[in-house]
Design a protein around this ligand. Structure first.
Ligand SMILES: [Fe+2]
Ligand SMILES: [Fe+2]
Length: 360
C-alpha cells in the first residue's frame, strides 16, 4: 500500500483504506477500483493524497489481488488460527474453556470484518495444512462464514460477537471423541456415528461448565447439526424451532466441511458446494440465511477461471455483493470490475483453481 498524491493516481488502482470526505462520510470503500470519474470525485472533495494499491506493481498474484478485497487480513487470520489452536489444546488438557481468551479472538475478528465489510468482497478461509489441524481451521472458518451471514443480515455488534463465539466453539465437543473415530478414513459404523453425534451435547456441557450462560451461544453449538426439515440431530428440531445461530452455523458448517480436504475425501470446489447447498435449501438449510451466504460469496467464487465475451480469460478474485453475476476478475495484469464494464460478461466457466489461502 502507498499514499500517493492525486496526480499519480491512475485508473485501475485499488483503494487500500476507506476514503472519507471532510464530514467523515465514506466516499469510497477499501477495495474500490478507481477510474477517472472516481478520481475526479476525490479531487472535488479537496483530497490530495490517498492510500492505494498500485495494481501492476503490487498485484502480481491472484492471491494478492483477492486480498485487496478481503475483509480479514492474512496476518489476523494466521494470528487467530494460532490462538484458536492454543486455546483448544488448553481445553483438551484442562477440560475448561478460557472464555476471556476465546472472546478476545471473536471480538478482534468481528471488529475487523465489520470494518472491512465492503460491497466488493473476498472471504478468506484458513487453509488446512495437516489433517490433525482440521478442528482448529474448521472452527475458525465456520466462525468467519457465520459472521458473514450475520453481517449480511444486519446483526448488531453484540449478536455478531455472540455468533462468532458460538461458531468458534460449535465443535468443541469433538475433543471428547477418540481421534481414531473422528479421523477414520472409512465409513463409520452406526455405533461410531451415534458416538460422534454426542459432540453437540458435550459442547453444551463445556460451554456451561466454563461459565457461559447465554442460551443463544449455547444453542448455536447445540443445534448446528439440526436440519430445517427435521432430518438432523440431536433433537430433530424443525424450521424456526431451531435457533437463529443454529441455522446459521448449520449452513456455515456444511460449506466449510465440503470445501475442506479430509483424510477420507478430496475438497469440493466452492462452486460444487454452493450448488449442493442451494439444492438443499428448505430441506437442510434455512432459505434466508442461505441467501445471505450466497450473496456474500457470489455465484462465481474467487478462484474460478472464466472466459469473457471478448475472448479473454481471467480468474475471479472478489464478489460484488450487489450483483452475484458480476464479480471482479483478474485478466492478466488488469483488474476488471464487471459491475462497471457494462460491455463485458462471463460466457464460460473454464475450471477452478484454488487461491493460495483458500481451504484446500
Ligand atoms: Fe459438528
Ligand atoms: Fe463443524
Amino acid at each position: 500500500m502507498k499514499f500517493l498524491p492525486l496526480n499519480k493516481i491512475k485508473s485501475g488502482m485499488i483503494v487500500a483504506m476507506n476514503i472519507k470526505d471532510f464530514k467523515g462520510n465514506v466516499l469510497f470503500k477499501k477495495g474500490t477500483i478507481l477510474n477517472k470519474e472516481k478520481i475526479n470525485i476525490i479531487k472535488n472533495n479537496g483530497i490530495f493524497r490517498i492510500p492505494v494499491i498500485e495494481k501492476k506493481a503490487e498485484i502480481k498474484s491472484v492471491s494478492d489481488a483477492a486480498h485487496a478485497h478481503s475483509f480479514i487480513s492474512k496476518e489476523l487470520l494466521d494470528k487467530s488460527f494460532e490462538k484458536v489452536k492454543d486455546i483448544f489444546e488448553e481445553i483438551m488438557n484442562t477440560g475448561k474453556i478460557d472464555i476471556a481468551k476465546i472472546e478476545e479472538v471473536a471480538v478482534n475478528l468481528t471488529k475487523e470484518m465489520q470494518k472491512n465489510f465492503s460491497d466488493k468482497l473476498y472471504v478468506p478461509l484458513k487453509k488446512l495444512k495437516t489433517y490433525d489441524e482440521y478442528l482448529y481451521s474448521h472452527s475458525l472458518n465456520v466462525m468467519i462464514l457465520g459472521s458473514l451471514i450475520g453481517l449480511e443480515n444486519g446483526m448488531s455488534d453484540e449478536e455478531l460477537t455472540e455468533l462468532a463465539l458460538s461458531g468458534l466453539l460449535h465443535d468443541i465437543g469433538k475433543v471428547k471423541i477418540p481421534l481414531e473415530i473422528l479421523n477414520a478414513p472409512r465409513k463409520l459404523s452406526s455405533e461410531e456415528f451415534e458416538l460422534i453425534k454426542n459432540h453437540v451435547l458435550y459442547a453444551k456441557d463445556f460451554l456451561e461448565n466454563s461459565g457461559i450462560t447465554d442460551k443463544r451461544i449455547i444453542n448455536g453449538a447445540l443445534e448446528h447439526h439440526e436440519r430445517y426439515d427435521g432430518s438432523g440431530y440431536i433433537f430433530k428440531k424443525k424450521g424456526k424451532d431451531i435457533s437463529n445461530y443454529g441455522r446459521i452455523l448449520a449452513v456455515s458448517d456444511v460449506y466449510d466441511a465440503l470445501t475442506s480436504k479430509r483424510c477420507y475425501k478430496k475438497p469440493w470446489t466452492p462452486y460444487k458446494t454452493l450448488s449442493y447447498i442451494l439444492s438443499h435449501v428448505n430441506k437442510h438449510f434455512d432459505p434466508s440465511f442461505t441467501q445471505n451466504l450466497v450473496n456474500a460469496l457470489g455465484l462465481f467464487p474467487p478462484g474460478m477461471k472464466v472466459m469473457l465475451n471478448d475472448g479473454s480469460e481471467g480468474i475471479i478474485i472478489a464478489t460484488n455483493r450487489s450483483n452475484k453475476m458480476k464479480p471482479i476478475i483478474k485478466v492478466n495484469d488488469d483488474i476488471i470490475d464487471l459491475l462497471e464494464e457494462k460491455n463485458l460478461r462471463i460466457t464460460k466457466i473454464i475450471n477452478y483453481e484454488y487461491i493460495e489461502d483458500q481451504t484446500t
